[in-house]
Design a protein around this ligand. Structure first.
Ligand SMILES: [Fe+2]
Ligand SMILES: [Fe+2]
Length: 191
């Protein structure tokens, strides 16, 4: 019953997207894959508190303001600002609280944090599990997942782990000796 607003959000995001929607590694193909992850996380996790409408809107909208295929630290905040300009068909179909959670999830999605909020946790994990995609090829790590299932799926992904990973716009290096990750702002590289 709410599917029409997901399609509406998808069309809105495409209309605002500054990059090439066909070729972008952060574009519509990624949004749809995040949407699939949302369904898996909500169903697999049994996260009763997670609001699937908010999570699916997040999938469609979180990267719609990306201006670069590479580093773009403010793209979450810019996309969050666009929430105020969503068509009424969407804003009238959800509550002010849902819009507020959606805005928070989008604004901070690339800042690297985790959360105890079930809805925002599903949003962020669904996005981070998509780090391993053509053109990005970075690996999600369980310590940066908010949901239990997200952590399990990240471990499975990490079986292919190279010796680097990136989370949001931060870079993490893994020591081959200690297995620990350290972070610093830099271009990612293997160690
Ligand atoms: Fe993003
Ligand atoms: Fe994303």
């Amino acid at each position: 019953m709410m599917d029409h607003i997901i399609g509406e959000a998808f069309r809105f995001a495409v209309s605002k997207f500054p990059l090439n929607p066909v070729t972008s590694i952060h574009g519509p193909k990624h949004w749809l894959a995040v949407d699939t992850n949302v369904r898996v996380l909500i169903e697999g996790e049994g996260v009763e508190d997670a609001d699937w409408v908010v999570c699916r809107l997040f999938a469609m909208l979180h990267d719609c303001a990306r201006m670069s295929e590479g580093e773009d630290k403010d793209h979450g905040r810019r996309a969050a600002a666009l929430i105020r300009t969503l068509p009424e068909t969407i804003t009238q179909a959800v509550t002010p609280y849902q819009l507020s959670v959606l805005t928070q999830a989008i604004a901070a999605h690339n800042e690297g944090g985790t959360t105890k909020n079930a809805t925002i946790g599903v949003c962020w994990d669904a996005d981070r599990l998509q780090l391993t995609r053509p053109g990005v090829e970075l690996f999600p790590s369980p310590e940066f997942m908010s949901t239990k299932l997200g952590k399990i799926l990240a471990v499975q992904d990490a079986t292919n782990l190279r010796l680097y990973k990136r989370h949001g716009d931060e870079v993490f290096f893994r020591s081959t000796k200690t297995g620990r990750f350290s972070s610093r702002q830099a271009n990612f590289r293997e160690i």
